[in-house]
Design a protein around this ligand. Structure first.
Ligand SMILES: [Zn+2]
Length: 216
């Protein structure tokens, strides 16, 4: 059960739930639900460099984030259309919009999906792909939404619950988790991509890079 050492469970998690979580991580039959595309050398290198910059940011803050970082085997590259279809079947909210999916972390399988193309089939430019991969990696090192309740003066009870999503019709983040994740992503793009030789060029060509970030 070595893999479980990197996860912390809180609240009333039954042994059965932990078992099925473990099964999801270990058994490829359970997790290969979408047609996965081979990412190619360049995307693998980009992902690796993104991980390095997040680890560096963690070190600057005094945290070692290595054990939380999503392994490449759990990042699946897929077509936007297949991801949209998957979610349109299970979650009504996504059927209201024609906006394409760019990435998502599936909480049923603990797989992170990254779309390699736009809904019209055109391949996404590398800076845009890197933006999404970085966002999902930030999810992976963070707790999702945390409920806190007070037991007494000294003890607080923490439990993690589901992640959030964005409403594309209003552009609003429906849960705080999404908002903080994307703000953190922009912070990384603005400050950590700048110091990474592999991403400096991406910043120039990526419109979203620094516009939303104001130095503190
Ligand atoms: Zn997200």
């Amino acid at each position: 059960m070595k893999v479980l050492d990197t996860f912390r469970f809180a609240g009333s998690v039954e042994p059965k739930a932990i078992d099925s979580f473990y099964q999801h991580l270990e058994n490829p039959k359970n997790v290969m639900r979408l047609k996965t595309l081979s990412p190619g050398e360049k995307i693998i290198v980009i992902t690796q460099n993104l991980k390095e910059s997040i680890l560096r940011w963690g070190r600057d803050l005094g945290f070692d984030l290595k054990n939380r970082m999503l392994p490449i085997t759990r990042i699946h590259f897929v077509k936007s259309r297949s991801l949209s279809q998957k979610y349109s079947k299970s979650k009504g909210v996504f059927t209201k919009t024609n906006k394409p999916f760019r990435g998502a972390t599936d909480l049923d399988t603990f797989i992170t999906y990254i779309c390699i193309d736009l809904y019209n089939g055109r391949l996404r430019p590398y800076p845009s792909l890197a933006h999404t991969i970085c966002h999902e990696l930030v999810h992976s090192i963070a707790f999702k939404k945390v409920d806190i309740s007070k037991i007494d003066e000294k003890n607080y009870y923490f439990t993690t619950v589901r992640s959030g999503f964005k409403d594309f019709n209003t552009n609003a983040f429906l849960l705080l988790d999404e908002c903080i994740t994307e703000l953190t992503n922009h912070y990384l793009i603005a400050y950590y991509w700048k110091i990474s030789p592999s991403f400096r060029n991406f910043i120039k060509s990526h419109k979203l890079s620094c516009r939303l970030i104001h130095p503190l």
